[in-house]
Write a new protein. Sequence first.
Length: 224
Amino acid sequence: MEQIKVLLADDKEIFREGLARLLDEQEQIEVVSLCSNGKQAIDKAKETEPDVVLMDSHISDCDSKKATRQINESSPKVKVAMLTDSKYEQTLFSAMDAGATGYLVKDMKVVDLIKSIDLIAKGEVVVSPPLARKLVDKVASKKAKETEVKDNLSERETEILKLLAKGATNKEIAERLFIAENTTKVHLKNILGKSQLRNRQQAAAYAVQEGLVTEVRDAGEKID
């Protein structure tokens, strides 16, 4: 059986050493490094190339969210899982946003921890219950909101959003739709308000994401 290489990062020595001994007892797991802070975890992940990093969600020196992002950037094959005492959903969403593929509570059963490590190493996303349900609800809510935004746009606003995503300026949009440039600006303001986006770049990205356009215009290319 091929061993799963695990890097353990936690600033609490007793917990770190105790968990390391427990994992070392498992035939399929090899603990390749122990780290006491986020910066060490980033450096050791590059050096040891573990399959899975188990990191405390409140680790010191370099916060876990930043450390997770840097590990993903420098060691993209390494999977990062958060170990946490927190069962608050916001902490979970923050971890997932940073690129973590696991969110494991520290009081879980040993057999469940080993199974979770195996699944994470295989590329699965593992979240300890009951937060798994909250994550599913969050994703479903986001999808429903995106659909609601698209449905709330008027036909004219949808036309403008499509042209915007193709790289059209306000003047080009106005000329194409035979409306005043100031009217274009008003429509754009309404689009941003309905979609809760901050600028035209985000609006263009949203249009592509929702399939309103399939490609964007290169600089200097004319609008079809």
